[in-house]
Design a protein around this ligand. Structure first.
Ligand code: NAI
Length: 284
């Protein structure tokens, strides 16, 4: 049986994942700002360092997998946009960078990151913020949202999840991750009925927006079903899964952008494509 670290374990989908892993006989090290084995605020650099170090001590430097579910939603609030980028982006990436050697130590490990379908269904997300996050510049990432008022948090949420999904895709295929036997993937949920969504539905303005959002199959996702998706992504069935962002969103992404993906390589991208071919051959 394996040893797994799960963030966001106190509530919602993270909590369901912990229950399924324990049920399957695994040892789980939980991380949350609520009750957990490691209590830490992933919204601060100190909290992230504490969480990363404590988990490494508790697992004795060897992890079979990790699930990064801690996150905060796009509700309005003072300085909320900055906090969203801290928790949702740095609260995943910094932990995973610190845990990578422990994940590599098991020889075959799997990581599931919680992205979101806001990555493809929210317009006007500032590219500057996405770029800054990927460069690790928290201050620059927070700047574009200052002038955006009430819509700032929604755009910061989408930006944090886009940057996260890109980080997953970039890192997953490198020798440090794929080459070290670590399968790194993300799940991109639509609206799932967890405490995060319940809090939004309790605010009339947010509830109106959520209810008017196109979901072709209707209703909300069930957190227990997401735990099953995650368990599958941690299982041997996912041995060949690498750098994938799995959309489980009732069809919203397909509704908005049916032809956006899969897309053929554009003529103007051919040189870049050939460069990537060459880089891969060299790296082997
Ligand atoms: P939730 O609110 O039920 O659970 C989130 C957990 O993260 C909580 O236990 C909370 O204490 C923890 N957390 C939040 N901020 C933290 C911090 N600063 N430090 C440490 N722990 C912190 O949320 P839910 O819905 O289960 O969300 C799980 C993940 O799925 C999140 O990353 C969220 O962004 C993502 N997601 C959720 C959707 C939904 O509709 N529920 C839709 C798309 C993505």
């Amino acid at each position: 049986m394996g040893v797994y670290a799960v963030t966001g374990s106190y509530s919602g989908m993270g909590k369901e994942v912990v229950a399924r892993l324990v049920e399957a006989g695994h040892r789980v090290i939980t991380v949350d700002r609520g009750e957990a084995d490691v209590v830490a605020d992933l919204g601060t650099a100190d909290g992230r360092r504490t969480a990363a170090t404590a988990v490494l001590q508790m697992c004795a430097g060897r992890l079979d997998g990790a699930v990064l579910a801690a996150g905060i939603g796009p509700s309005p609030g003072h300085d909320r946009a900055r906090l969203i980028t801290q928790v949702n982006y740095f609260g995943v990436v910094e932990l995973l960078e610190d845990w990578r050697p422990a994940l590599a130590a098991s020889g075959s490990s799997k990581v599931v990151v919680f992205a979101s379908n806001s990555t493809t269904t929210v317009p006007m997300v500032p590219r500057r913020a996405i770029r800054a996050l990927l460069q690790g510049d928290a201050e620059a990432a927070a700047l574009p949202f200052r002038r955006l008022g009430r819509i700032g948090p929604a755009l910061a949420y989408a930006a944090s999840k886009i940057a996260l999904a890109r980080w997953v895709r970039r890192a997953a295929v490198t020798p440090a991750w794929a080459g070290a036997g670590i399968r790194l993937n993300a799940i991109a949920p639509g609206a799932v009925l967890t405490p995060l969504l319940e809090r939004q539905l309790a605010t009339p303005a947010e509830a109106r927006q959520i209810r008017s959002f196109p979901v072709p199959i209707g209703g909300y996702g069930d957190p227990a079903h997401f735990a099953q998706w995650v368990l599958m992504m941690l299982s041997p069935a996912a041995d060949f899964l690498c750098g994938s962002i799995i959309f489980v969103d009732g069809g919203s992404d397909a509704w908005f952008r049916p032809d956006a993906w899969p897309a053929p390589v554009r003529r103007r991208d051919t040189i870049g494509y050939l460069r990537r071919m060459r880089a891969f051959t060299k790296q082997r």
